[in-house]
Design a protein around this ligand. Structure first.
Ligand code: HEM
Length: 394
């Protein structure tokens, strides 16, 4: 039992409103305490350092996802049937049904469209000059992903609220999670209607799923959960990465000048943004049998919390981890996860974020913060809610 183990205890609420808005000091305190820290408030073993996070992500036989990756039993039950919350063959089967849509080859066919859309979004923003960068960051994912998944036009206005709520529900049961629970159920209800009415767009991922169900490769009930599987994680995450990139380049003008001088740095910059400001705070795993991490015994059934955001700032892994430096080799960052559950959509996310950065480099001389940024209050997504910026044209 956790009380009998000797590892350090952290009593602060990692999911209080203030900790959500300013998480990095908590991560630093956790890393300082040790490789495995018992969060007494949330009854989970947090892994704040890089080495242990990576080890757990790569050992998916010991640390399983099918008991859910959330921090509360309701979300863990509701997550059953998703790719995110399955293991072994069940997981491979689900993942293979849609993975072909997101391979580098499949993405190449979308490249020009994404580039053109990014150029249009940035041109319009530069014409406005002062913008909320979160709006700018929202437009591209919203115009790419719902079409790819095949969501009908009707109901799209709710997508962002539903997706944000779905992430909130994956944290502990706190005020944020309860406030947004009805909205996360809304997405599931809507997805079931879409599958029942077969109103998915022709040729989309949703369409592939209906066909798989018609051919008996998946259960009809799995169609709706799997649509959410690809829709829920694909909006806020990318919006986070794009808006964080804009914020970081506004506040680090020397890094912006480096990027302007050499646009080939864009892919490295994307890794560094996701390292420095990881869009997903953390997901959990359950020990399938008695085990240990860094000498700390973990009986079967123990839940561990992989803190991607903290691992990505671990000084044991990174030189000067709190400095934003786009020339560093951040390819091993864990912001997209790693191993068998590593983000299925990272190629698309990288493509969207890169397209926006390239469009900015071409059209903007420098970026200035034009008001106080506000952080979103979300248990799992780490992103800005509002970011007034001035885009000074080139
Ligand atoms: C910057 C943007 C993104 C970030 C930071 C991100 C992050 C992550 C992370 C950390 C995981 C691993 C979960 C785990 O370890 O249990 C994950 C999984 C996943 N992501 Fe992403 N994601 C992003 C964008 C996307 C997009 C655009 C899509 C879809 C088009 C997507 C679809 C998925 C799916 C389906 C999984 C589950 C994979 C599995 O369990 O096998 N993500 N993502």
């Amino acid at each position: 039992m956790p009380m009998r183990t000797k590892h350090p205890v952290y009593r602060h609420d990692l999911y209080s409103a203030s900790a959500i808005r300013d998480t990095y000091p908590h991560y630093a305190a956790l890393r300082e305490l040790g490789p495995v820290v018992w969060l007494s408030k949330h009854k989970v073993h947090a892994l704040p350092r890089y080495a242990e996070c990576k080890r757990v992500l790569l050992d998916n036989e010991t640390f399983i996802s099918s008991d859910g990756v959330a921090l509360n039993p309701i979300a863990n039950r509701m997550g059953q049937g998703t790719t995110l919350c399955s293991d072994g063959e069940d997981h491979s089967r689900r993942r293979s049904l849609l993975a072909h849509r997101l391979t580098p080859r499949a993405l190449r066919t979308m490249h020009d469209t994404v580039d053109q859309q990014a150029a249009a979004v940035v041109t319009a923003a530069v014409a406005q000059r002062t913008v909320d960068a979160v709006d700018l960051a929202t437009t591209l994912p919203m115009s790419v992903v719902p079409d790819l998944v095949g969501w009908p036009q009707r109901g799209r206005e709710h997508l962002l609220r539903w997706a944000g709520a779905t992430f909130n529900a994956l944290g502990p049961v706190n005020r944020q999670a309860l406030r947004t629970l009805p909205a996360s159920l809304g997405m599931l209800r809507y997805a079931r209607d879409v599958v029942r009415d077969r109103s998915v767009l022709e040729g989309s991922m949703g369409h592939d799923l209906l066909r798989a169900s018609d051919e008996g490769r998946i259960m009809p009930t799995e169609c709706a959960t799997m649509m959410i599987d690809y829709l829920a994680p694909s909006l806020d995450t990318t919006i986070s990465a794009i808006s964080s990139a804009l914020h970081l380049f506004a506040t680090h003008p020397e890094q912006w000048r480096l990027l302007k001088a050499d646009a080939d740095l864009v892919p490295k910059a994307v890794n560094e943004v996701v390292r420095y400001r990881s869009p997903i705070r953390g997901f959990s795993r359950t020990a399938a049998h008695d085990t240990d991490i860094a000498g700390v015994p973990l009986p079967k059934g123990s839940r561990v919390l992989v803190l991607y955001g903290s691992a990505n700032r671990d000084p044991l892994e990174w030189d000067d981890p709190d400095s934003f430096e786009i020339r560093r080799d951040a390819a091993r960052q864990l912001g997209f996860g790693q191993g068998t559950h590593g983000c299925a959509g990272q190629g698309l996310a990288r493509m969207e974020t890169s397209a926006i950065l390239r469009a900015l480099v071409e059209r903007v001389d420098h970026i200035k913060v034009a008001g106080t940024p506000q952080w979103a209050l979300n248990n799992v997504i780490h992103r800005l809610e509002r970011l007034p910026l001035e885009l000074v044209p080139a």
